[in-house]
Design a binder for this molecule. Sequence first.
Ligand SMILES: [Zn+2]
Length: 452
Amino acid sequence: MALQRKPKGATRLENSAGLSIDKTRLLWGALSLLILVLLSQLFVGSPGKVVDDSQSVFPDPLLTATTQISWDAVTEGQIQAPDKAPLQWNDVTVRRGDNLSLIFNRAGFSDRDVFEVTSNDSKRALRKIFPGQLIGFAANEEHQLVAVRHIESSLKQTVYSKIDDGFLSEVIVREPQVRERTVALTIESSLFLAGDRADLSANIIMELASILGGVIDFALDPRKGDDIIILFEEHFLDGEKISDGNILATSYTTSRRAVDAYRYTDSQNVTGYYDGEGVSMRKAFLKAPLDFTRVSSSFNPNRLHPIYKTKRPHRGTDYAAPRGTPVYAAGDGRVVEAGYNRSNGNYLFIQHGEGFKTHYLHLNKKRVARGDRVKQGQVIGTVGSTGAATGPHLHYEFLVNGVHRNPRTVHKILPKAKSLPESEIALFKDAIRQPVQRLVSMKSRGTMMGAE
Ligand SMILES: [Zn+2]
């Protein structure tokens, strides 16, 4: 499953009807112009001269161009400037392998125009263009370029307007509307299918898994009937959803336990996820040290050893996953061994603080070397079947003071995760009051539905 967040379509701006922000901008622009005119009148005295002065402060082409562009940016010609016709934009889509010269030429402009637009570009937006974005051109009757716009996303564009000696750039940003949504899921076969049924994006599911990755092994733990509730933000622009926002709260309930997590920004402005008592969800170790989305669930670790044909004491956890699946460092630490032998294949040992060590065997590729420092979640290698392994899988071991422990249950004896300091608890409880309510009411609804 791909994790990247793709940039959202750049074309939505064109159909846009939400004017509030840019109306405000324009209003402020007009107001400050008025103030300037009044001020210059105060200081200069002669009305005849005032007009000239204001014109030298605001060269006419700049003023009309930026004003119209501000409107045009969101209305695409729906609203006319009082005296002049709006700029006619010709928008060109950036293609793979494009550069500014190609794009300008395609729109009928020259390399000299490219040079003029970009030569004193403080915003530098045109230095970074990506396929799918739009570059718009507006010309006067003599076919001279008067403005260029770079529509980077539905939320941001940079406009370059002709002034006496070159182009002046201005960034126009729109704020999305944020709405909250609560979704309840029950796992039938997999977390992703449950998410899909509830119309959740893969991003939200991945986010959920990363929030709870220290307490739930998403490769091996999820069972049919597990209940999940997610309260999260969605971003809307002109009534249309453009992206997911943050997860504000979530709960994961199995037949044996329930885990709640709440997003909280503390007074040091650090954001994290905590349980209802203020204990951090960020643990010293990940429960599953690999990309869980690729682990096959039909794998039975309690089989006879495929090579030795005996039931050898199995001192770790096996995750069957396709060759090449990323393997993560379970926690921060240092690589103390990176080698190869006939039974382990390619293997890595990581030391975490004083008493803890994790082992990763049968790797296809190692991505770190002995002595390297690693961070939790960092890719240290990929799943393979090197050494005594019949198929690609990660064999993962956890040692406490040199003794093998079951990685699936070792977390119970690990030191407790950090809690919010006493001074934050009251603030925290206050901040999560509403999310707690939302989860509780969703849970009770779920129970009622289940009772039918
Ligand atoms: Zn194994």
